[in-house]
Ligand binder design. Structure first.
Ligand code: 5GP
Ligand code: MN
Length: 342
């Protein structure tokens, strides 16, 4: 999909819908009951996209349930409709007309089993989507899945209520790294403008999402940064965390969201890798980068995925056995990315 498909004056699409969106619109209008899901360890985009969709389906008189593998981080719990999300690793005999899967490059990313033989509507903006749905709408140019949900809701003729606008804005605010990533377009701001017009307060949203830290989280920030190592002459920051560090600072796994972005505030640092050693000994690897440093390519080499500036994967530990190989791949990505720096 190219920029020429878009009506850039208004920032939204013109009357003819792209194929995937048209098929999705028809699939939704001709069915009655839906199950919505997204990836395990949900983030702001998965929560916002799912709940905006659920409220839109309510408005169309459809039946909706939402099932996720893991609960959302604490600071999302007060957002409208959060009590509708069921947490379950498996759905027995779903008995629904279609499953809407948001933000997943393949079905196993949901962490929810029992959905394999259902009629699947796949909505995603990650590169490398496996097109596993009966209907697939994949738009890598969307800065957040929430942008796609906005367009779908508009195509369905549903009014942008304050609840829907709140979730769309939440999805965009978080998935752009609070408007830092390089996939932001005029459409992103047009959708945000429409959300603000519908009643969203950007100041309140920013405070709710970014200024809701626990004291434990502040302590954890101190411990993580104290322990931070630099590689590649200060261009790469390496963060490491395990359960002992959480216990020592009085923080929880929920407190770790967003911490990876802190080192990027240093001018010299071009990328960050965050190693989280889990209870099982596996290592969860998250990466962030600036401009053209492509950490998704690194993630896909290790079986993960994501976006150019935000990607991740999980590897078997121990950390010492995998650390150097991962760091050297990111150093390579930094060298490549810096070549095209303006
Ligand atoms: P995070 O570092 O916040 O967990 O993830 C950053 C981005 O990478 C998100 O867009 C997320 O969906 C993607 N991502 C993280 N881990 C994985 C993974 O194991 N597989 C895939 N396909 N994508 C991942
Ligand atoms: Mn996303």
């Amino acid at each position: 999909m190219t920029a020429t498909n878009r009506d850039t004056d208004k920032g939204t699409r013109s009357a003819s819908l792209p194929d995937g969106l048209e098929a999705l619109r028809t699939a939704i209008l001709t069915r009655h009951s839906f199950l919505i899901t997204s990836h395990a360890r949900p983030d702001g985009d998965s929560i916002g996209s799912q709940l905006a969709m659920a409220f839109a389906l309510d408005a169309l008189g459809k039946q909706v349930r939402i099932v996720n593998a893991d609960p959302a981080p604490e600071h999302y719990q007060d957002f409208p409709g959060m009590d509708r999300i069921e947490i379950a690793p498996r759905v027995e005999r779903p008995g629904i007309d279609a499953v809407i899967v948001m933000e997943c490059s393949d079905l196993s990313r949901t962490g929810v089993s029992g959905l394999e033989s259902q009629f699947i509507l796949n909505i995603d903006h990650h590169a490398g989507n496996h097109m596993y749905g009966a209907v697939n709408w994949h738009d890598e140019t969307a800065a957040a899945c929430g942008e796609m949900v906005f367009e779908l809701i508009e195509a369905l003729g549903v009014e942008l209520t304050p609840e829907i606008a709140t979730h769309i804005y939440l999805a965009i605010l978080t998935d752009t790294g609070s408007f830092h990533h390089s996939n932001i377009t005029p459409r992103t701001f047009e959708i945000c403008r429409r959300c603000v017009e519908a009643g969203v307060s950007p100041a309140v949203m920013a405070r709710r999402v970014f200024d809701s830290n626990s004291f434990g989280k502040l302590k954890l920030i101190g411990a993580l940064l104290d322990d931070m190592e630099l590689a590649d002459e200060g261009r790469l920051a390496v963060l490491r965390m395990d359960d002992q560090m959480l216990a020592a600072t009085g923080s929880t796994h929920n407190d770790t969201e967003g911490l990876i972005n802190l080192p990027l505030t240093a001018r010299e640092i071009q990328a960050v890798v965050f190693f989280k050693v889990t209870e099982t000994g596996d290592v969860r690897v998250s990466m962030r980068s600036k401009y053209d440093v492509d950490v998704r390519c690194v993630a896909s080499e290790f079986g993960g995925g994501g976006h150019k500036n935000a990607a991740g994967f999980t590897v078997a530990g121990p950390l010492l056995a995998v650390r150097d190989a991962i760091v050297s791949r990111i150093v390579g990505a930094i060298a490549e990315g810096l070549q095209s720096r303006p």
